[in-house]
Design a protein around this ligand. Structure first.
Ligand code: SF4
Ligand code: SF4
Length: 307
């Protein structure tokens, strides 16, 4: 018995073309995703070896946090619980972390992922002065996500709150800015620090990576008009490198690590210090903790001033 062959009509040819185009695009997309992932894992693998081989340096918290990262990255993403800790007693308000953050994430004059506001409490001679470094706190129940249609803001398994930079524009970008109780979101207007000078500098035009995707602030894959905020430098973290603000902090006030690992410095800090979280009363479970000792004296001033 001979089976009937389908006729090669123009409709069938068009269907085949669509199918092959879809296959090509899907294949290209998958290949790009895979190659990004492999590149990240290769970098992480290479750097992981370097950190594990570092000698023990008692008291060197950066090396310890770096080695904590190696252990966390050896486990599946779902089992990691990234947290950031701030010891305001060690913060001098130098703003080096803000500059490092700007350089890493290429933010313009209209906003920054990170701020270091200053609060004063008391009166002379009993004056307390405090600096409260702040950025997106990666809320476990983020109010920003409730302000826009489902899917535009996603909570990853490791705790990072991920923005869809393609869709979070216009009214949605504005809604997110208004919904965040930490003032951690800004809309990128594409301005540059060197606008109006003889030459826009290359560092303002360069491409950069957010959650595995390449962006710029000029054209094509541009973030102009998009809502932006801190992601704990998770692209650096997944390449086994600490967030820019942590590795840059001259006072050693910034900590980062995996709270799911009881032997990490972050976990140890949380066990051995009283910790507070800003806007804990909202029940949104922020992932940034502050060592509370000094804050106890000035909390009523610092929270109101900075957030
Ligand atoms: S700090 Fe603001 S932007 Fe970050 S997750 Fe919470 S509500 Fe969203
Ligand atoms: S770099 Fe460190 S000491 Fe300086 S402002 Fe930032 S957190 Fe404070």
């Amino acid at each position: 018995m001979v089976s009937e062959q389908p006729k090669d009509t123009s409709e069938a040819r068009s269907g085949r073309r669509t199918f092959f185009r879809w296959m090509t695009l899907t294949g290209a997309g998958l290949a790009a995703l895979l190659s990004r992932r492999l590149a990240r894992e290769a970098r992480a693998g290479a750097l992981r070896g370097v950190h594990s081989a570092l000698p023990e340096v008692p008291g060197n918290e950066l090396i310890r946090m770096q080695q904590d990262l190696d252990r966390a990255l050896a486990r599946p993403m779902e089992s990691r619980r990234w947290v950031m800790l701030v010891d305001t007693r060690k913060c001098s308000g130098c703003q080096a972390c803000v500059i490092a953050c700007r350089a890493e994430n290429v933010t313009g004059p209209e906003g920054s992922y990170r701020r270091v506001p200053e609060a004063l409490a008391g009166s002379f001679p009993f004056v307390a002065n405090i600096f409260m470094p702040t950025n997106c706190v990666q809320c476990d129940d983020p109010p920003c996500a409730r302000a826009v249609p489902a899917g535009m803001i996603r909570k990853r398994a490791d705790g990072i709150v991920e923005f869809d930079h393609v869709r979070l524009r216009g009214q949605y970008a504005q809604a997110v800015v208004e919904a965040c109780p930490y003032r951690a979101v800004h809309v990128d207007e594409g301005k540059r620090f060197t606008d109006g000078t003889p030459e826009v500098q290359p560092y303002e035009k360069r491409s950069f990576t957010i959650l595995g995707q390449t962006w710029n602030r000029n054209e094509g894959a541009t973030l102009q008009g998009a809502a932006r905020k801190c992601h704990f430098c998770v692209d650096l973290v997944e390449a086994a490198t600490l967030p820019a603000c942590v590795s840059t902090c001259i006072g050693g006030a910034m900590y980062f690590g995996d709270a799911a690992d009881p032997s990490s410095l972050a976990s140890e800090m949380m066990r051995t210090h009283r910790m507070m979280r800003v806007h804990q009363e909202l029940g949104i479970q922020p992932r940034v903790y502050y060592v509370e000792e000094k804050l106890l004296q000035v909390r009523q001033y610092s929270c109101a001033t900075c957030h």
